[in-house]
Design a protein around this ligand. Structure first.
Ligand code: MTE
Length: 308
């Protein structure tokens, strides 16, 4: 069994520090964790959702690997670039997020205020990159649904678009036209509201490292990693399907849905298997990255070869 519910977990699992948040570690980390320390004050209930309901049997990827092998093109195209460059130059305080578009209560809020009313959770989650490597990361964050609901999306809100900061002084990779900056991603509204979709502010019991998308990033576990946009400054409710940066850069290679699908090859390579960082042998890639039970129903009736 790949996914266990809270009811399946024995007590020792629940207290396993690899899997669950040790709040003292956050508090000990001090001011750097302003967002995290502000965390579990008053919870905004999200209907149909049980906190910490989903975890995995998978072994977490070592912190050192998950923070030294990253895709974050704003800091260079090599996997080692973000870990080497971002921590020294990427200032992320103050940081605010604008929520706009088809909603009754648009606004710009400090990241602390965006997160504060919600209960922080730790979730061990697979991330499968379209390039064929994968990791298992204990993210800390808040289900996106509860945050979005505060802004009261209207019936016109069929999709949600996300935008990364544009600031070539803080993100030197943006000085080169590798992508049409700023980085943009999108989800259908039901994907954005799905309880597995997380807005992460931390990982491995600490604040998000710069190279992993500080101070705020998306985590969409059943989609290829590029949907999990980093360092978000804007969230927009829109009527039409957003054109993501990767769709714009290579529409034949990157579709809007980007669900992990071993049956749909990338035009330049197979998606049937993956290499978990830290492992030697490749493993079979699972449909929806192993989250089919939770998300396959979102795509009922859709041809996922056409809507890749
Ligand atoms: N977000 C931004 N803004 N810029 C990027 O280049 N890369 C994506 C995604 N989010 C990217 C981004 C890709 S391709 C992957 S695989 C994941 O981030 C990697 O996340 P990680 O570094 O935390 O493993």
């Amino acid at each position: 069994m790949l996914i266990r519910t809270a009811a399946d977990l024995a007590d020792h699992d629940v207290t396993d520090e690899r899997l669950y948040l040790d709040r003292r570690r956050f508090l000990a980390a001090g001011a750097a964790t302003a967002v995290l320390a502000a965390g579990p004050a008053g919870a905004v209930p999200v209907s149909g959702y049980t906190p910490n309901a989903v975890t995995l049997d998978d072994k977490p990827t070592p912190f050192e690997a998950a923070t030294a092998y990253n895709n974050f093109y704003e800091f260079g195209a090599d996997k080692e670039d973000p870990g080497k460059t971002a921590p020294g130059i990427f200032r992320t305080t103050p940081w605010s997020v604008t929520v706009e578009g088809a909603c009754a209560k648009p606004g710009t809020v400090a990241v602390e205020d965006l997160i504060k009313p919600h209960r922080l959770e730790e979730r061990l989650t697979r991330l499968r990159c379209v390039e064929g490597w994968s990791m298992v990361i204990p993210w800390i964050g808040v289900p996106l649904a509860g945050i979005l609901q505060r802004f009261e999306p209207t019936s016109q809100a069929k999709f949600v678009a996300f935008t990364t900061l544009y600031d070539p002084t803080r993100m030197p990779g943006q000085k080169r036209p590798i992508l049409d900056w700023p980085y943009v991603e999108g989800l259908r509204i039901d994907e954005a509201m799905h309880p597995l979709t997380l807005l992460a502010v931390g990982c491995y019991g600490r604040e998000l490292p710069a190279q992993n998308g500080a101070p705020l990033r998306l985590v969409v576990p059943w989609k290829y990693g590029f949907k999990s946009i980093k360092s978000i400054v804007a969230i927009s409710f829109v009527a039409d399907m957003p054109v993501s940066s990767w769709m714009k850069a290579a529409p034949r290679e990157y579709g809007f849905y980007s669900n992990v699908n071993p049956e749909v090859d990338h035009p330049r390579w197979s998606q049937a298997s993956e290499r978990r960082i830290g492992e030697f042998r490749r493993r079979q890639t699972l449909p929806f990255n192993g989250y089919a039970d939770q998300v396959a129903s979102l795509y009922q009736g859709m041809d996922l070869k056409k809507w890749f």
